[in-house]
Ligand binder design. Structure first.
Ligand SMILES: NC(=O)c1ccc[n+]([C@@H]2O[C@H](COP(=O)([O-])OP(=O)(O)OC[C@H]3O[C@@H](n4cnc5c(N)ncnc54)[C@H](OP(=O)(O)O)[C@@H]3O)[C@@H](O)[C@H]2O)c1
Length: 221
């Protein structure tokens, strides 16, 4: 919700009436009310100063909360590719989503990881309400995945592939309870489910975060 494709120019909007119409349309298209709808990358619509942005975000969240109360969907959430502008816009009056979904995994920078943690804290979300997305950055066959062995992030990596280890590590970067991943291949989906048995090496994850932070400050790793 909040992303409106058009033949000439797709656009983002937080206008409550457009969100309401979009939820109704989704239910018509699906032939049933969706279990959950996500506000799509609200950061794209927040350019007009802090007070205006805070109101725009709160009103968009309120529109989705109302749609949920009216039975147009089962629940609502917020998905953000770049959550950095969001923490300062959320206060106790901002309606709280059932789920906050954010980019997750080894390709995510420290600024996004910190912002995801800050949004989680600002909304007071528990672990199961925070979802990760795009753990392979859109493609598990990108060259980067051939250059690293993600099994260093697992305590018991034996038996899992680097792709499986990268998927398992995505649950810790940032800390999320669910990961939304794309696949058209049932065997790949099965591999990902099997990866959930992997035990993450929390110290390796902490060291990795420290390296990302040092790099962002221009310090030698
Ligand atoms: N808000 C946003 O701006 C935004 C942007 C992008 C994505 N998203 C969300 O994130 C979700 C996932 O993102 P995504 O699909 O772009 O990227 P992704 O989940 O990081 O990567 C999907 C790719 O990984 C491959 N893959 C998955 N499991 C694999 C396995 N076990 N072995 C080998 N390859 C595997 C898939 O290929 P195969 O099909 O061959 O398995 C597919 O090409 C989307 O559904 C969407 O909800 C949101």
């Amino acid at each position: 919700m909040g992303y409106f494709p058009a033949p000439d120019r797709a656009e983002h909007s937080l206008a409550p009436w457009r969100l309401h119409v979009a939820v109704e349309q989704a239910a018509r298209d699906l032939g049933r009310e969706p279990d959950v709808v996500f506000l799509h990358n609200p950061e794209h619509s927040l350019h007009e100063g802090a007070a205006h942005s805070r109101d725009a975000l709160a009103q968009a969240c309120a529109a989705l909360e109302e749609a949920t109360s009216n039975g147009l969907c089962g629940a609502w959430g917020v998905a953000s590719w770049n959550p950095s502008p969001l923490p300062s816009l959320i206060d106790t009056t901002t309606p709280k989503p059932s789920a906050f979904m954010v980019r997750a995994g080894l390709l995510v920078g420290i600024r996004t990881l910190d912002a995801a943690d800050a949004v989680t804290a600002a909304w007071g979300l528990n672990g199961s309400m925070v979802w990760g997305m795009s753990p392979f950055g859109g493609g598990a066959n990108a060259p980067v995945w051939g250059r690293i062995d993600s099994r260093v992030f697992l305590r018991d990596g034996i038996g899992l592939s680097p792709v499986q280890a990268a998927f398992r590590a995505a649950y810790e970067l940032p800390k999320v309870g669910t990961v939304s991943v794309g696949t058209d291949n049932p065997a790949h989906l099965s591999d990902l489910v099997d990866a959930l048995t992997g035990q993450v090496d929390e110290r390796a994850i902490e060291e990795y975060r420290a390296l990302l932070r040092a790099r962002s400050h221009g310090q030698p790793a």
